[in-house]
Design a protein. Structure first.
Length: 196
């Protein structure tokens, strides 16, 4: 898999000029697990594109509106939250052929650099750890929306989309490649609200 979500963008919104005129530090936003997910897809023997998803995100975005490159993200999600729509496929993915997963195994992403590429876009590079392997990956990220007050939560809120391509073999889950594609396309969409 050639560069992964999780997690997602995190570069606009959060810093405020204080009364003294000094810039504030980046502000913390907590991921909204109910509206955050990773969708992945891969080619199956050339016949079809197969899809799956992960959910159950937890994590924090440190968000700096005035200096987006000063932002950061640290997220995790349970490996066994994977859903493909077919239970036997999920069982196979968790078997020794792939992840050899145990309850409590997590996928984590911690940003190491943010390169602002446009008014609402950035490349977020970070360390993705999955299946006991850590690789540097880059997420092409877009800030979808930023508001001072979410219409239901009544507090500052952010929404992002991100995408990347991973190589399964980079994380020691490359079995059956290339018939089942080594490349996995990853799409991430998430929301985060300002921490209390």
């Amino acid at each position: 898999m050639k560069q992964y979500v999780t997690a997602a963008a995190l570069f606009m919104g959060g810093a405020i000029i204080g009364a003294s005129g000094a810039m504030a530090e980046p502000e913390a936003y907590t991921l909204d697990s109910s509206h955050s997910q990773v969708i992945f897809s891969y080619n199956h023997f050339g016949f079809s594109t197969t899809y799956g998803m992960f959910s159950g995100f937890e994590g924090e975005i440190m968000f700096d509106e005035e200096d987006p490159a000063n932002s950061s993200v640290d997220v995790s999600m349970p490996l066994m939250s994977m859903f493909t729509g077919w239970e036997k496929r999920e069982e196979h993915f968790m078997s020794e052929d792939f992840f050899d997963a145990s309850e409590g195994d997590m996928i984590t992403f911690t940003s190491t650099n943010i390169e602002v590429t446009g008014e609402d876009t950035a490349n977020i590079t970070g360390d993705l750890t999955m299946n006991g392997v850590t690789q540097s990956v880059t997420l092409e990220t877009t800030l979808n929306k930023q508001v001072d007050a979410h219409p239901m939560e009544n507090k500052p809120w952010l929404g992002f989309d991100a995408a990347t391509t991973l190589l399964r073999s980079d994380f020691n889950v490359g079995n059956f490649a290339p018939m089942v594609s080594d490349e996995v396309e990853v799409m991430i969409s998430l929301e985060a609200g300002k921490a209390e």
